[in-house]
Design a protein around this ligand. Sequence first.
Ligand code: GLP
Length: 269
Amino acid sequence: MQVLIFPNATSLAQKSADLVESQIMTFPDTVLGLATGSTPLGLYQELIKRHHQEGLSFAGVKTFNLDEYVGIPSNHPQSYRSFMDENLFDRIDIEKSNTQVPDGMAENPLEVGPDYEQSIEAEGGIDLQVLGVGTDGHIGFNEPTSSLKSITRVKTLTKQTIEDNSRFFEPGEFQPKLAITMGIQTILNARRILLLAHGEKKSQAIRAMVEGPLSAFCPASALQFHPRTTVLVDEAAASKLTLGNYYKFVGEMQDELVRKHRPSDWISR
Ligand code: GLP
């Protein structure tokens, strides 16, 4: 895992946008895996800005979202479809038909997973997956003890996740307890992974994810198996890492190597 530590969430968002932008510039038909939550908002704002100011185009890009709540319609303000439309898709030149979010209102939610896997496969797989992380170490909605080999399916949310996300729902409003999520294996199949986290609240999950042990109890630790994962964190989220200074040193050495020997190893296909 490559760990990049930034002084603040703004510089982190800019770097993550640089990485996504170079992927799209090299492969305009890139398949992106996308995440919801407050974490990727800075990245999405930066991409929208670059679309308007620099002409960064998403016309050929296809996207698959990680997850969706079961039981609320896609036009519900708290659905992940609404979140993506509002915070990204409606503000760039992407074809809406090229954006996929699991169907949380399917008549049989148990059938959504295999179809979603097939759609991803039909597009040639995900080139670049953007991830946040839950305070309990979940990725997508793969809660602790999710199988490390899981594929897209229905998951029951933990009390902690329900509580963490309750801030988005009105008091007394129905809040889903189930979600359809890409599995851990689905995520590991992506060619590149970009995991973002900021704030002290995420520091424990980041430590468990990066420094192990590999365990289904911290689903994000499965990324230790992924050969091309970059973790972008701010100082607060990095504060519990034992080897924080080492990761900074690695960054300096890598910059030097890249300067000397190759322009970039980032682009993926
Ligand atoms: C939700 C999403 C995750 C996200 C997590 C963290 O549970 N399913 O994909 O990473 O929340 O959210 P936030 O970025 O708001 O902290």
